[in-house]
Design a protein around this ligand. Structure first.
Ligand code: PMP
Ligand code: GLN
Length: 423
């Protein structure tokens, strides 16, 4: 099967080529907390952690994970048997899907959805069953809470052929955070399909705002035995380049993944695992005037969310306030008509800078809005149709802005976006 260049291969290089403020790819651009930097620096010194790690995960890390998530998932977790450390959440997703889903199997994806899901499923040869998030309000949603799973569509998509459902809360790209009621409703729908497992991507777990709380799917009794919960140190400690993730789940499922991990990467970088293990404990101590690091992180992001929301509003857009994650959606209808067309000279620019792109996306409105934003405003966003596979009209007509960026970047983005009003 031929894979096309993903949205990331086009838009991060485009941001660079145009000198744009990159609010596209979601990576925090500030230094990680001192405590994790120190732990990593210490771990690479000498000879303590320079050899291969235990294949399913460095013991101090799996123990720290079992202890911490034992509390959040309200269950006893065996460090050795129920945890697997992976190369970021990306490898966790790939391993989960490739271990349990075979060619021709059906997998339900709630859309829009992080594009890696589709890439992995295409690779495996699985069939994607798309269930959309629909807006329940009048007109364009103002908060991610207005997006709801299309329960009717979920009901008709489930069948004995369904091997898995992929859930992402807090959600990329809408920012939706599933409520206890919604998770219980999901459990009810899955009750008649014992062969359908839940792959729950919870990488944005610490990033929830206002009065919202993140509810891990595995904390709901009925889902516990069928759920794989996936997390990432990248989001938690602003170390996306370290690529440390982990999966927690029932022993028999984790065992099968551990057996495949041997043949994929064997093990994950030992010193970085050691640093994350120490960070998971250090993060619980008071941090910069807050009760712990996670409370600081939430406030830090909440301030950035407010900043970018204001910038987008001042630019004449109607952004969707996210309840979680670090993304804000704006609808393409808010941009000038001229932004919807393929910018002149784009192909020449791409060939000069060696930028790869998917040529089937030439006429997608959101791709062109995002391209024009980079070229004219020098602010990069991500087109949301890259996150859509099903045929639900208008689902991809959004662009996504990331606010996991330092103050100077957000300030400059505000200035550049304000020119949208006069353009
Ligand atoms: N899941 C979601 C929803 C994401 O947005 C991302 C992007 N970072 C990942 C998984 C992959 O995480 P990692 O960088 O740890 O591989
Ligand atoms: N998860 C991040 C995003 O959605 C980064 C994507 C990636 O690196 N592939 O922006």
């Amino acid at each position: 099967m031929t894979q096309k260049p993903s949205v990331w291969l086009e838009f991060s290089p485009l941001a660079q080529a145009t000198g744009s403020i990159n609010l596209g790819q979601g990576f925090p651009d500030w230094a990680p907390p001192e405590f994790i930097q120190e732990a990593a620096a210490e771990a690479v010194r000498g000879n303590g952690f320079s050899s291969y790690a235990r294949s399913p995960g460095h013991l101090p890390l799996v123990r720290a994970i079992a202890s911490q998530y034992g509390k959040t998932l309200s269950m006893d977790i065996s460090a050795e048997k129920q945890v697997l450390v992976t190369v970021g959440a990306s490898e966790a997703l790939y391993l989960a899907l490739s271990t349990f889903v075979s060619r021709g199997d059906e997998v339900i994806v709630i859309e829009p959805a992080f594009d890696l899901y589709f890439g992995c499923l295409d690779w495996i040869g699985a069939t994607v069953r798309s269930v959309p998030l629909v807006s329940d309000g009048e007109g364009s949603p103002s908060s991610s809470g207005e997006f709801q799973i299309d329960w009717q569509q979920l009901k008709t998509s489930l069948s004995p052929k369904t091997k898995a459902i992929l859930i992402n809360t807090p959600h990329n790209p809408t920012g939706k955070v599933l409520s206890q009621d919604e998770i219980e409703q999901l459990a009810l729908h899955l009750r008649d399909y014992p062969d359908c497992m839940v792959i729950s991507d919870e990488v944005y777990e610490p990033l929830v705002y206002d009065q919202k709380t993140h509810i891990p799917l595995a904390s709901v009794e009925e889902l516990r035995q069928k759920t794989l919960s996936i997390y990432s140190a990248g989001k938690m400690f602003s170390v996306t380049g370290w690529k440390i993730g982990w999966v927690i789940g029932p022993e028999e499922l984790i065992f099968k993944m551990q057996m495949n991990q041997q043949w994929v990467v064997f093990s994950v970088a030992t010193p970085l695992q050691q640093a994350v293990a120490e960070a998971l404990t250090a993060a619980l101590s008071p941090y910069q005037g807050f009760a712990d690091y996670y409370s600081w992180l939430r406030q830090h992001y909440q301030d950035k969310r407010a900043h970018l929301m204001n910038s987008l509003k001042q630019a004449g857009l109607n952004p969707v306030a996210p309840e979680g994650s670090f993304f804000i959606l704006s609808h393409c209808q808010d941009f000038d008509e001229s932004f919807r067309k393929l910018p002149a000279g784009l192909e020449t620019l791409y060939s000069e800078h060696g930028i790869l792109y998917d040529d089937s996306k030439h006429h997608e409105i959101d791709y062109n809005v995002a391209r024009n934003l980079s070229l004219a405003q020098r602010v990069t966003a991500i087109p949301v149709s890259a996150f859509v596979r099903g045929r639900n009209p208008g689902q991809g007509d959004w662009v996504r802005f990331a606010f996991c960026k330092s103050q100077d970047q957000l300030d400059e983005a505000r200035v550049r976006l304000s020119q949208l009003r006069s353009s």
